[in-house]
Ligand binder design. Structure first.
Ligand code: ADP
Ligand code: MG
Length: 237
C-alpha cells in the first residue's frame, strides 16, 4: 500500500508541474499568435515595424522552447541510467559546446581539468547539470572582461567541479532561494535550470554549494562520489 501511495504522489507532482509548465508556455504562444495576426492583417508596408514584430515573435518562441527544454529534464528524472563516465571528457565536450555562447557574450572560458575523473551515472543528465551551471555563469558576467573558469579535480574520493565567474554575484537571501521552481531574476529566465540541476545531482548522490558576493562573483561547487572499478556494483555497469 505504501509503494502505491508513493507512486501516486509522484504522479500528482509530475502532473502538477506539467499543468504549470503548460500554463507558462501558453503565455509566449498567445503573444506569438497576436503578433503573427497583426503582421498578416497590416495593410501598410512598414518594414521596420514588421521586423520588430518578427523579433518579438522569435524571442517568445525561444522562451517557450527553453521552458520546455528545462521542464523535460525535470520530468524524465525517474529514468536514470548508470554507466561509468569520465567527467573530464564530458566537461571537455561541454566546453566545446559552450565556447560559441561565451564568445558571443565576450566572455573568456578557461578550463583546468584533472584527468581522468570517474563517476557513475547518466551522462546526458550530468551534461545538462554543467550546461545549466556554465550558462548561468556566462549570463552573470558583464559583457566586457567576463571570466568563467571551470576546475575539476578529485579530493578525498569526491570529484569536485568548481565553476567560477566574476559576475553580478548573489546575496545570502538569493542563494537560499536557488533551486526553487520559477525563481529567476532574468528578463527571459525560466527559473527551472537549477531546479533540474539540483534534482539530477541528488539522484547521483551528489550536491552543490554556492559561494558568492554581490558585484564580485560566484563559485558553484559540485560534488559527486568518485567511481571505483571494484565498487560493489562496478563490474557489470
Ligand atoms: P534562469 O537562469 O532561467 O534564471 P536558474 O534556475 O538557472 O534560472 O537560475 C535562477 C537564478 O539564480 C538566476 O535568475 C540568477 O538570478 C541566479 N543565479 C544562478 N547562477 C548565478 C550566478 N553564477 N551568478 C549570479 N546569479 C546566479
Ligand atoms: Mg539558468
Amino acid at each position: 500500500i505504501r509503494m502505491e501511495l508513493i507512486k501516486a504522489e509522484k504522479l500528482t507532482l509530475v502532473s502538477e508541474l506539467a499543468a504549470s509548465v503548460a500554463h507558462e508556455v501558453r503565455n509566449p504562444l498567445t503573444v506569438v499568435r497576436g503578433f503573427v495576426q497583426l503582421i498578416g492583417s497590416s495593410t501598410d508596408n512598414n518594414i521596420t515595424q514588421k521586423r520588430e514584430y518578427m523579433n518579438l515573435v522569435l524571442a517568445e518562441l525561444d522562451r517557450a522552447q527553453s521552458i520546455i527544454t528545462d521542464y523535460l529534464g525535470l520530468a524524465s528524472q525517474q529514468f536514470i541510467s548508470k554507466e561509468k563516465i569520465d567527467l573530464t571528457e564530458t566537461l571537455d565536450e561541454i566546453r566545446t559546446l559552450m565556447i560559441s555562447y561565451a564568445n558571443f557574450k565576450t566572455v573568456t572560458l578557461t578550463c583546468d581539468l584533472e584527468s581522468p575523473l570517474y563517476v557513475l551515472g547518466d551522462q546526458a543528465k550530468l551534461k545538462q547539470v554543467f550546461i545549466n551551471l556554465i550558462k548561468n555563469a556566462i549570463e552573470a558576467v558583464p559583457n566586457m572582461d567576463g571570466n568563467v573558469t571551470i576546475r575539476a579535480y578529485v579530493s578525498y574520493e569526491i570529484v569536485r567541479v568548481k565553476i567560477s565567474d566574476n559576475g553580478v554575484g548573489m546575496s545570502t537571501e538569493q542563494i537560499a532561494r536557488l533551486g526553487e521552481p520559477y525563481y529567476s531574476l532574468k528578463e527571459n529566465g525560466t527559473g527551472l535550470g537549477l531546479t533540474v540541476t539540483y534534482s539530477i545531482l541528488k539522484n547521483h548522490g551528489g550536491s552543490i554549494r554556492y559561494k558568492s558576493e554581490p558585484n564580485k562573483g560566484t563559485i558553484a561547487i559540485v560534488s559527486l562520489p568518485t567511481y571505483f572499478a571494484n565498487d560493489k556494483y562496478g563490474d557489470d555497469v
